[in-house]
Design a protein around this ligand. Structure first.
Ligand SMILES: Nc1ncnc2c1ncn2[C@@H]1O[C@H](COP(=O)(O)OP(=O)(O)OP(=O)(O)O)[C@@H](O)[C@H]1O
Ligand SMILES: [Mg+2]
Length: 259
C-alpha cells in the first residue's frame, strides 16, 4: 500500500510518500508554509509525489498533521502532531521512549510505551522561547546565518550567561553583550544553553527515559543538540531528516488505519 503523510507546521510544510508494506519512504518534500496552509499542504504532497515518480491516484490512504492540518483538503484523517511524531520516531528507532520535537513555533516532549504509543506529553505553544523562532530572532541579532549558529556555538570556549529565556528580553541581552564586545561564539553557545534549559523545564513533570529522539528543525542545530545532552545527562539521537519525522509518522498511521 502507498500512503502519504502531510505535516503543515507553523513554518514549514512537509510531505512523505511511503511504501507502507516495506516502511520505505519513496518521496519527500519540505517547503515554507507561507500564508496558506491549504496551499502548502497541497504543494508539499505534489512535491513528494514528484520525488517518488508517482501520480496522485497512487495514494491509497493519507493523514494530515501539524498546526495547519485542519486546512488540508482531500485527506482521509487528521491526527495530532503528538501521535504522528511518536509514530515516526518509533518507526526510525523502536528503542525510542522519549521524543522531543522542537519546531518553529512550538516545543513538545512525548513519552512512549514499548509499542511506540504516547503515554504522556508536555507542550509549549504559548511563546517563542525554546523554539526555532527564538533562534531565528537571535541569529538575526548576531548577524549570522541560522544554519551556522550551532557550529559557532560549538566552537566557543565558554557560554555567555543569559538570564532570560523570553525571546524579547533575551534579544535585548544579546544586543547588550554585543555592545560589550563579547565573543559572538560565546553568545551563540549561551543561546543554545537557554533552549536546553527551557526544554528541561518543559520535561520536568515527565519521566524522560532513553532512548531519546530529538526531531523538528531545531534538531539540525548541533549546538542545541549538545547543550541538551549536557543538560539532561543523556545521549540524544537525531535522525537523519529530523524535520520529516511528523510527516513520516502521519504516513505510517494512514497505513495502519486503512489496514
Ligand atoms: N539547517 C538548519 N539549522 C538550524 N536550524 C534550522 C535549520 N533548518 C531549520 N531550522 C530551524 O527549524 C525551525 C523550523 O522547524 P520545523 O520545520 O520543525 O517547524 P514547523 O514544523 O513548521 O513548526 P511547528 O512544529 O512549531 O508548527 C526553524 O525555526 C529553524 O530554527
Ligand atoms: Mg512541526
Amino acid at each position: 500500500m502507498i500512503t502519504a503523510g502531510i505535516d503543515v507546521g507553523a513554518l514549514t510544510a512537509k510531505a512523505v510518500v511511503l511504501d507502507f508494506d516495506t516502511g520505505r519512504p519513496l518521496g519527500r518534500c519540505l517547503m515554507p508554509t507561507g500564508a496558506s496552509p491549504e496551499q502548502a499542504g497541497e504543494t508539499a504532497l505534489a512535491g513528494a509525489l514528484e520525488d517518488a515518480g508517482l501520480e496522485a491516484d497512487a495514494i491509497q490512504a493519507s493523514v494530515a498533521t501539524g498546526y495547519g492540518r485542519g486546512a488540508v483538503q482531500g485527506v482521509d484523517w487528521r491526527i495530532t502532531e503528538i501521535s504522528c511524531h511518536a509514530r515516526g520516531a518509533w518507526h526510525l528507532m523502536p528503542e525510542a521512549r522519549t521524543v522531543i520535537d522542537l519546531g518553529g513555533q512550538d516545543a513538545k516532549a512525548i513519552c512512549l510505551d514499548e509499542a511506540g504509543w504516547p503515554l504522556d506529553f508536555e507542550m509549549n505553544d504559548r511563546c517563542a522561547a525554546g523554539t526555532g523562532r527564538f533562534l531565528e530572532v537571535m541569529a538575526a541579532a548576531l548577524d549570522v546565518q541560522l544554519e551556522e549558529l550551532g557550529e559557532l556555538a560549538a566552537s566557543a570556549n565558554s557560554a555567555a550567561a543569559l538570564s532570560s529565556t523570553c525571546t524579547v528580553f533575551a534579544e535585548s541581552e544579546v544586543i547588550s553583550l554585543l555592545a560589550e564586545n563579547r565573543d559572538v561564539a560565546e553568545i551563540a553557545a549561551g543561546l543554545c544553553e537557554t533552549i536546553a534549559q527551557r526544554t528541561m523545564q518543559m520535561t520536568n513533570r515527565l519521566q524522560v527515559r532513553p532512548e531519546l529522539v530529538l526531531c523538528g528543525g531545531v534538531a539540525l542545530n548541533a549546538g542545541v543538540h549538545r547543550a541538551m545532552e549536557r543538560a539532561l545527562g543523556m545521549k540524544i539521537v537525531v535522525p537523519p531528516e529530523p524535520q520529516l519525522v511528523g510527516a513520516l509518522g502521519a504516513a505510517i498511521l494512514a497505513g495502519e488505519r486503512a489496514g
